[in-house]
Write a protein of this length. Structure first.
Length: 317
């Protein structure tokens, strides 16, 4: 059972009652028929879950996008990519575990997969720096994109980061330049590029891997130039205003589809991707397969032209 978010407390209470009933029945000396009561409470819980997720606020969607049990890059690669071979290092400074990538086969098609990995527990989150890429990570991404371009292999990027790493060491090693170069490399690719926002798409750290011909976004993901807390701290001098900032910035997939920042919203299982990772991973795979199919047969010049036009058009009209 997934851990519950603050706004899911009524649902958590109903699930707790179901657990108590089952525990009471299992501990009793005489068999107790609880099936009818459990079914009644479960139906009530499912109805409440459906109603809750049908009217999530932007701030609540931000919480869902950050859920610790939400599937990450490694889960999607394991579920969708056969014969995956990870390629590490930027050939200049080091390997960055926050940004991973490699070659594999996606439903019979050769692809280069690149994305952010946040980690699943304390140890892995520290190892992957919570998905916050450093300059060497973005330079690794550039190297892998150029390798894919050289051999005519489509690129699929999976974005899930609160933003690029803000430490002084990253700035000393050229963080801004690396992000800009990665964005430039994406726009210059002569092969199809499909990008998907899995959870958080934060700032330049996200756009550096999200400048694709098609940009997909999970239903409860968020995508913005700054986190709601960061925006609130700048405008109101307090992070307590983060819900207001999330509303004003239009960070949700639904808002961004209306603004033509993204192309496709990928439906998630009821209650978010963390409640049924398998179905979420399969849904992403179907959307990526469709997007790649739409780009088949287009030559390098057309792909570059369409990709650049797509981003230049944003904000006009």
């Amino acid at each position: 059972m997934p851990s519950f978010l603050d706004f899911e407390k009524p649902i958590a209470e109903l699930q707790g009652r179901i657990d108590e009933l089952r525990e009471t029945a299992s501990e009793g000396d005489v068999d107790i028929d609880i099936d009818a009561e459990v079914a009644r409470i479960q139906a009530k819980s499912d109805k409440l879950l459906r109603e809750t997720y049908a009217k999530l606020t932007p701030w609540q969607k931000t919480q869902v996008a950050r859920h610790p049990e939400r599937p990450h890059f490694n889960h999607y690669v394991e579920g969708l990519i056969d014969d995956f071979v990870e390629l590490g290092g930027d050939r200049a400074f080091a390997d960055d575990n926050a940004i991973l990538g490699g070659l594999g086969r996606f439903r019979g098609r050769k692809v280069m997969v690149i994305g952010h990995e946040k980690g699943d527990d304390t140890a892995s989150r520290i190892k992957h720096n919570f998905g916050m890429g450093k300059p060497e990570g973005y330079r690794k991404a550039i190297r892998l994109m150029e390798l894919a371009d050289r051999f005519g292999i489509p690129v699929v990027t999976l974005v899930d980061t609160s933003g690029a790493f803000p430490g002084i060491q990253a700035e000393e090693r050229g963080q801004a330049e690396a992000i800009a170069r990665s964005t430039e490399a994406s726009l210059n690719l002569g092969v199809p590029m499909v990008s998907a926002i899995l959870g958080e798409g934060g700032s330049g750290g996200a756009i550096a891997l999200a400048s694709g011909n098609r940009v997909l976004m999970m239903e409860h993901a968020v995508y913005s130039v700054i986190s709601p807390e960061g925006c609130a701290s700048i405008l109101w001098r307090t992070a307590d205003k983060a819900p207001d900032a999330a509303e004003a910035m239009k960070v949700t997939a639904q808002h961004l589809k209306e603004l033509r920042v993204i192309d496709t919203i990928i439906a998630e299982p009821l209650g978010g991707a963390h409640r049924d990772p398998g179905r979420a991973i399969e849904a992403l795979g179907d959307a990526v397969e469709k997007a790649l199919g739409e780009l088949d047969g287009k030559d390098a010049a057309v792909l570059r032209k369409e990709r650049r036009a797509k981003f230049l058009e944003m904000g006009r009209g």
